[in-house]
Structure formats: C-alpha cells, structure tokens
Design a protein around this ligand. Sequence first.
Ligand code: DC
Length: 225
Amino acid sequence: MSDILRIAIDGPGGAGKSTVAKAVAKKLGIDYIDTGAMYRAIAYKFMSLGIIPGKDNDAQFQDLINKILASTEVDYSKGITRLDGTDVSDKIRTAEISSTASSFSAFPSVRKKLVSLQQKMAQEKSLVMDGRDIGSNVIKDAELKIFLTASPEERARRRFEELSKKNDKVDYEAVLCDMKIRDRNDMSRQLNPLVKAEDALELDSSNMSVDEVVDLICERAKQLF
Ligand code: DC
C-alpha cells in the first residue's frame, strides 16, 4: 500500500489517453496532467513565430530554439494549458499542431525543459499523468503504469470524429496517414521515444468503451491505495 498514487498513462495518439486519464483522475479525486498539451503549447509558440522544423535542423536553428525556450513559460493546471501566462487550451487542438508538436518533441532542449517541469509537478503528489514517456522516463517509479493502445484505424476514426466536430473539411484518409507518420516519429526519436515500460499494464482499447477502461484502471489503483 502506498500513501501517494501516481498513475502514468502512455500510448500513441488517439488511443483515448486524455479522456481516460481525465475520468480516472476525477473518479479518484486526484489531479490530472496532460503532458501532450505542454508539447503542443511549445509547438504553438514556435509556429506563431514562423519557426518550423525542417530536415536539417542545424546548430543555428537549435540555438534559436534554445533562446526562445529560455524565455518561454508553459504550465498545465486544472485542465488549462497556459503559454507565457495566456490560456491556449483551444488553440492547440488542431491537426497542424499535432504534427508540429511531434516534430518539436524530438528536440533535446524541448524535452529537457518539459520533462523537468513534469517531474516537479509529480513530486510527492497523487496524480494521473498521460503522455508518451511518463512510465518509461518522467515518473519511472510510478505506482501504476498503463500502456493504452488501439489499432491505427480505430485511433484515426476517433481523431476524425473529434476534428470533424470543429472543422467539416477534414478527411479520414489524411487523418490516418498523419497518425501513422506521428506514430513513427514518436516511436523512433532518439530521446525518450514512445515505448511501453516493462512494468506497464498494456490495454488495447479498440473494442473497449471508455467506462470499461476507466473502471479497470480504477480497480487496479484501489488495490494499491
Ligand atoms: O498526446 P498528444 O497528441 O497531445 O501529444 C502531442 C505530441 O507531443 C505527440 O505527438 C508527441 C509529443 N509528446 C511527447 O513527446 N511526450 C509526451 N510525454 C507527450 C507528448
């Protein structure tokens, strides 16, 4: 039995991590941290400044990134993502930001800054944190680790529905293609790639409802707490 309960939920985009993590946190009465939102906020800042990663991210480009990062503040609290003090929660939920966040998340300086912030947030406090490297890197000693997956087609279908509600011009095949590219980027980057931690419980949500996944995780959590 443990005094604090840190639940790490990792997995590819569209697997339902945020929905599940939010519901688990609510049910257990603990905080929820969406680390993807933090990477999205950074990507939003770079994009707003017209900075786009290319094939050749040379030393000059890295210097520019580091300079901007040094004066950038990202915060996630109570469901709100703040960038330099401004709420950007709605602005970061676009297909363009999804893919740019994936590209910028491979930069060591971006990861260093956000991982250190996330580790501070997770210090001696019960919470649910979702992302790509939470169980394998950010909170290696988390009390409960979940690796949530679903087939690429099912994940693309969910993302398509989510995006369709905001923008009727979205195309399923394009969403599926973006999802596969993002999976490859997230799994193949050198630093903290998306990987199942050895001690994580793998759940395939393709044929499970959100409630089923949430109940299963809460049951496990109650056994520990
Ligand atoms: O979970 P999401 O789709 O909001 O995440 C956006 C991108 O941020 C994702 O493609 C990879 C990156 N990310 C990461 O590298 N590490 C995390 N812990 C969370 C997200």
